[in-house]
Design a binder for this molecule. Structure first.
Ligand SMILES: [Zn+2]
Length: 285
């Protein structure tokens, strides 16, 4: 949406545009995805518990470090807005912006979900994605984005003037307040930008605006993650349903989502959660 053509074009404009880009955060220094380890963890596991999240509602569930959780589509195409907190310290929460900077606009198997400053360590690792066949479509769209923040009543009010209370932001706020016995305003401050599970999004080629389209998810599809720490996971079944037309309203068809939790049979007694970030926090002082 940047206006073009106002300023004079310099003689070397094309030369400047032709400069080859470099990756902002070369991630070869990150610990490689240990496929053999995660494959052995998920090979044999025991079902522990599950939560069913009704349409236009959110729920939370505790997941111990070393366990596996699976976000499952059921009944019909539905996207989910995911929040993650450290179960023992709600100040450590998922950092979608830095996850995007490190792994790209959409995440898949082998990518980590990183935590906020000053912790900045993996909270969860994606180990299975039944939609990994989708790749990027001809519009530049893909699934599981870390670009869309979350649908919220403030932006909705800004654009429509309406009061709507079932946005993912509000759903997550109510669910977190209920589960942690917090006031709504306390819980709201802990709700953060999400991983848009199953949502199909991208940026338009011409104006580079954020777009959504009908999710390719179908009942039985799931996204599976390994909990790198003790986690409190929150998930909202977005009022946008499959996000093919609109969100922030009760117009479109919505379906439930399920989170299933599994305990690996593999002995993980020698495995440890990732260490805290090693920056000394003196900030040059
Ligand atoms: Zn939403």
């Amino acid at each position: 949406m940047k206006p073009l053509g106002v300023m004079p074009i310099p003689n070397d404009a094309e030369d400047r545009r032709d400069i080859t880009p470099v990756i902002c955060y070369p991630n070869n220094n990150l610990q490689n995805y240990d496929r053999a380890f995660y494959d052995s963890v998920k090979k044999d596991m025991k079902f522990v518990k599950k939560i069913i999240i009704p349409p236009r509602r959110a729920g939370t569930i505790e997941i111990p470090a070393g366990f596996i959780f699976r976000i499952l589509s059921t009944d019909g195409p539905q996207v989910g807005d995911l929040n993650i907190w450290n179960m023992n310290n709600l100040d450590e929460k998922f950092y979608s912006g830095k996850t995007r900077a490190l792994h790209g606009t959409h995440v898949g198997v082998g990518d980590r979900l990183w935590s906020s400053f000053p912790y900045l360590r993996p909270m969860a690792t994606i180990i299975t994605d039944t939609l990994d066949w989708y790749g990027f479509d001809r519009y530049g769209g893909s699934v599981h984005d870390v670009i869309g923040t979350r649908c919220d009543p403030y932006t909705n009010n800004l654009l429509s003037g309406k009061q709507y209370h079932n946005c993912c932001h509000s759903n997550l706020t109510r669910a977190l307040a209920d589960s942690q016995s917090l006031r709504l305003d306390e819980a709201e401050r802990l709700v953060h930008d999400v991983l848009n599970v199953f949502m199909c999004t991208g940026f338009t080629h011409d104006t580079h605006q954020y777009f959504m389209k009908a999710s390719p998810v179908r009942p039985g599809d799931y996204l599976e993650m390994f909990a790198e720490n003790d986690l409190l996971v929150g998930l909202s079944a977005c009022p946008g349903g499959d996000c093919s037309s609109e969100h922030s309203s009760d117009v479109v068809k919505c379906y439930p989502l399920i989170i299933e939790v599994y305990e690996p049979i593999l002995d993980l007694s020698n495995w440890r959660p990732p260490h805290l970030n090693k920056y000394d926090r003196t900030h040059g002082d």
